[in-house]
Design a protein around this ligand. Structure first.
Ligand code: DLL
Length: 431
């Protein structure tokens, strides 16, 4: 553990700390951010009405549109003079979201990433290869400062030029890789093309996140790179990576509860759900200075588990995020997450873990096409084998997801590779 005093804090102590920090945050936003003063007033509430942690549920939500409506600095609780860094999430449509950090915010972020890296096998002697994008995206710089904090040797390579990445990992003796899971796979593929096996490198672990990835994808990455693969979660609005991270138990991501409070709600009604129920993750920041957010709706679908973890950390564990409520495809009324399709494809095998879902509408009927690359060996095989594979995938998708799909087996390297977040869905219905 990087910081056992906090990571393994007695839960009662932790809750006391959370309450003090929450009160302070609520008072600050009420005084300093007109948006919150107005929204609290509309709900007939003042910070003094929040008398215990459960009272948090009385407060109104904050949504992405609130950030957009107050673009760029309207939700900041500090003067710009106190803000030392800006990041931004591009989003797919409209105005980007701008987030800011004070010096203290950056220190906390580094601390959280130090915890993340330590849990993911990093330490003073690690050589950390950071292939998350550097720049306005929080991945590169977020991991960077955490890796420096633990005293690791940092290689700030950013994304792109994959062959060069592999060569440098080999030459520099990289032990820990940080990038999106889809890029990790691309790196593994490139390594193989260059005639290298995991034994030629010193890689031992990887911290992968920024997009949903299935348990089966974890196994593929671990095998191809010969490493332990850990899931890390975060979002720019809250701080970036560092919100939650896996430990060696790989059974849920420890949520940094001394800085952020998680709730799970029913996305349709907004009602708080009991422990263990799956729903939308809502986060309240309790130490952020520049951009505190109260009950921020992440749109990410997960559940919480407060049972003790064998690693000794006491912070709540969040299940692997299965997808975003706004990425969830509704195909002829059936809810489908790309990660479920990924899981099925990898379970069946014989395909490469590169796939895309193409959704369209013919008349009033939704159609789902799943493009998936087959392995080199399979592709040169007889047509009969391909037909059988296609049929097996179709049947399994039908059985498990309850939706019929057309399966299109494509040649290796047909589906675009990504250096950042992979595009898994092309929804032509919106065009
Ligand atoms: O993706 C921050 C990050 C960087 C996290 C590097 C992990 C590693 P945004 O660009 O604002 O920030 O995107 C945030 O990405 O709401 C989720 O939908 C998704 N996401 C992030 N981590 C995971 C994960 C960064 N481990 C959005 N599993 C979030 C599934 C993830 N989805």
């Amino acid at each position: 553990m990087w910081n056992p005093e906090y990571e393994a804090m007695d839960r009662e102590e932790l809750q006391k700390l959370q309450y003090l920090r929450l009160k302070h945050t609520l008072e600050r936003v009420y005084q300093l951010v007109p948006h919150y003063r107005n929204s609290f007033k509309r709900a007939g509430l003042e910070p003094g009405d929040i008398r215990c942690l459960e009272d948090l549920a009385k407060l109104p939500f904050t949504v992405k549109d609130d950030l957009r409506d107050n673009y760029p600095y309207g939700l900041f609780a500090t003067r710009l003079g106190e803000v030392v860094r800006i990041h931004s999430s591009s989003g797919t449509t409209g105005i980007p979201t701008v987030v800011g950090y004070t010096r203290t915010d950056l220190e906390i972020w580094s601390e959280l990433m130090a915890r993340t890296l330590t849990a993911g096998g990093g330490g003073r002697d690690s050589v950390v290869h950071i292939a998350y994008g550097y720049g306005l995206f929080t991945g590169g710089l977020g991991v960077h400062y955490g890796a420096e904090k633990i005293g690791a040797t940092v290689v700030p390579i950013s994304g792109g030029q994959t062959r060069r990445q592999v060569r440098m990992m080999k030459d520099l003796g990289t032990t820990l890789l940080a990038c999106t899971p889809s890029y990790a796979l691309y790196i593994a593929e490139t390594m193989a093309e260059m005639g290298l096996t995991p034994g030629d490198l010193k890689l031992r672990s990887g911290i992968f996140g920024a997009e949903p990835w299935s348990e089966n994808m974890r196994h593929v990455i671990e095998e191809k790179l010969g490493i332990n693969a850990y899931d890390i979660y975060g979002l720019s609005e809250i701080i970036g990576p560092g919100v939650a991270y896996e430990c060696p138990a790989k059974n849920g991501l420890h949520f940094s509860e001394d800085h952020f409070m998680p709730e799970i709600i029913d996305p349709a009604t907004g009602e708080v759900l009991p422990e263990g129920a799956t729903g939308e993750l809502v986060i309240t920041t309790i130490t952020k200075e520049a951009l505190p957010l109260v009950r921020y709706r992440t749109r990410d679908i997960t559940s919480l588990n407060r049972q003790p973890c064998p690693c000794g950390r006491t912070h709540t564990r969040m299940a692997k995020v299965s997808g975003r409520s706004d990425d969830m495809l509704i195909i002829r009324g059936v809810n489908v997450f790309p990660s479920q399709v990924e899981s099925i494809l990898l379970e069946i095998g014989q395909t490469a873990p590169h796939y895309q879902l193409i959704v369209d509408r013919k008349g009033s009927l939704d159609t789902l096409e799943i493009w998936v690359e087959v392995s080199e060996q399979m592709f040169s095989d007889k047509v009969k084998g391909l037909e059988q594979l296609e049929k097996a995938i179709k049947t399994e998708i039908d059985n498990v997801l309850g939706v019929s799909a057309t399966i299109k087996l494509v040649e290796p390297k047909t589906i675009p590779r990504s250096e950042g977040k992979a595009q898994r869905v092309i929804d032509k219905r919106k065009l």
